[in-house]
Write a protein that binds this ligand. Structure first.
Ligand SMILES: Cc1ncc(C[n+]2csc(CCOP(=O)(O)OP(=O)(O)O)c2C)c(N)n1
Length: 283
């Protein structure tokens, strides 16, 4: 359970991640707002409390590994990494520009703190399990965290992974599904209904946990604690989140989708002002 101080710090961190995401998008005029903003609280919990990582030694051998398989949400990961000192804050404004270390989709060869190159949906899950298997074979004392989107679950590869992890006793794997209900151009359940994701993974041999409010730092941290208490099975945590949370323009009924949207100065300023108010209310 989080203390009041810990809760406040994680919420402030999440608000800062969202603010920096908006600055990144503003710098290039557009971006994957929806899926970056929906997982900002998860990034805050992982980098603010859960993960064993060191900005001075991003390749430390026994660090926890993280694969953001929904690689288009790289901007949220970059914001967390910059705020934690993995690279200078100024660099956030180079998002997706020629020569940048911050491409729109995460790249392990470019960005300090990024463990796997992703973007082709489904593949990060396989890579993450391969990393976890490697860590297990080396007897490293660490966890591998993998982040999937709910639309990503439509990839056939995901279900190969669902079989692979329990069969290989990957008990130090925690997979999050950022279940924000939407994918690129519509509602996930209209495009390919998922059914009961927890029940499906349980039937494959996973320990699955459904988190009602996946944007709550308390609920995210409690779910990870509960997951770690099971030392036998791989874990899946479904986070019911809101796509675009923190960017009012993402909810404009005229906007066909907030998956990848234009971000003007007006849109960025409006979001940042609201997020600053949210921070002030916490202080
Ligand atoms: C294999 C593959 N097919 C299609 C795409 C194009 N694509 C990029 S993001 C996206 C939707 C992803 O939806 P979801 O996983 O729910 O992500 P989120 O809503 O969290 O951003 C699609 C289809 C891709 N990146 N990879």
């Amino acid at each position: 359970m989080l203390s009041a101080q810990e809760r406040k710090e994680l919420k402030l961190f999440a608000a800062d991640i969202r603010i920096q995401c908006m600055e990144e998008f503003r710098s290039i005029g557009a971006g994957h707002v929806g899926g970056s903003m929906s997982m900002a609280d998860l990034m805050a919990c992982l980098y603010g409390r859960i993960m064993k990582v060191d900005s001075r030694h991003p390749r430390m051998e026994d660090r926890d590994r993280i694969v953001v398989s929904k690689g288009h949400a790289g901007p949220a990961m970059y914001a967390a990494l910059a705020l934690k000192g993995f690279f200078p804050m100024d660099e956030l404004k180079t998002l997706n520009r020629i020569g940048t270390r911050l491409p729109s989709h995460t790249d392990r060869n470019k960005t300090p703190g990024v463990d796997m190159t992703t973007g082709s949906l489904g593949q990060g899950f396989s890579s993450g399990l391969g990393i976890a298997l490697g860590c297990k074979l080396k007897s490293l004392d660490n966890y591998t965290y993998i982040v999937l989107g709910d639309g990503e679950l439509a990839e056939g590869q995901v279900w190969e992974c669902a079989m692979f992890a329990p069969a290989n006793h990957l008990d130090r794997v925690i997979v999050f599904v950022d279940k924000n209900g939407y994918q690129l151009d519509g509602a996930t359940d209209e495009i390919l209904p998922l059914g009961d994701v927890c029940e499906k993974f349980e039937s494959f041999g996973w320990h699955a946990i459904d988190v009602a409010d996946g944007n709550s730092v308390d609920e995210i941290c409690s779910a990870v604690e509960a997951a770690k208490a099971d030392t036998e099975r791989p874990k899946l945590i479904v986070l019911n989140t809101v796509k675009g949370l923190g960017c009012p323009a993402a909810f404009d009924p005229e906007l066909p989708t907030n998956h990848n949207m234009e971000v003007s100065d007006r849109i960025a300023d409006e979001a940042i002002a609201a997020l600053q108010l949210e921070k002030e209310a916490l202080l």
